[in-house]
Design a protein around this ligand. Sequence first.
Ligand SMILES: [Zn+2]
Length: 56
Amino acid sequence: MKCSFCKRDIEPGRGTIHVKPDGKIIRLCSSKCSKNLTLKRKPSKLKWITKKVKKK
Ligand SMILES: [Zn+2]
């Protein structure tokens, strides 16, 4: 299971599930992702996500 926002893996039993008005189910690893999704921010523009994705 992956976070719909930051694309990181969500540990079983963790994270939150959101159901959009159109019936789409969105899984989020943390309230942080939930907040940013609500604000309609783009994951690629967030430093805390790109930092963890890029392992260089
Ligand atoms: Zn996330």
